[in-house]
Design a protein around this ligand. Structure first.
Ligand code: ZN
Length: 124
């Protein structure tokens, strides 16, 4: 994915792997995160099943999600909406990888831009 292109939300779904991107290439700048030899950054989120008091495990009973939503005020006639960033991730967990904090910031800015654009379209 190039810096100016749209992110294909959701980036993770039940039909994909539990991580994005599925290759070692940064989704923002296309750098191979292993060839840069400088480490990488991960958004790691989800849920674990408590199988005993001391043990949490991944579970195929869980589906992970991450979304941003707009909720209109109670007296508004607007409709709310959401952007699914991750939807029905297998085993309830997911990772999103970035080569740098700069690319991570661009990714989050694209999410914010997407929800702002969707909100602005609803104003018309
Ligand atoms: Zn990058």
């Amino acid at each position: 994915m190039k810096n100016n292109s749209e992110i294909p939300f959701p980036v993770i779904s039940k039909n994909t792997k539990m991580f994005y991107p599925s290759s070692r290439v940064c989704p923002i700048c296309n750098t191979d995160r292993h060839s840069s030899n400088s480490g990488f950054y991960v958004l790691n989120a989800g849920a674990l099943e408590e199988v005993s008091q001391e043990t949490l495990m991944m579970s195929d009973k869980l589906k992970g999600f991450l979304k941003l939503a707009y909720h209109p005020s109670e007296d508004s006639d607007e409709n709310g909406f959401c952007i699914d960033i991750v939807k029905d991730s297998e085993c309830g967990q997911f990772d999103i990888y970035f080569c740098s904090t700069n690319c991570m910031r661009i990714f989050f800015n694209k999410i914010i831009d997407t929800i702002e654009n969707k909100k602005n379209k609803h104003k018309i």
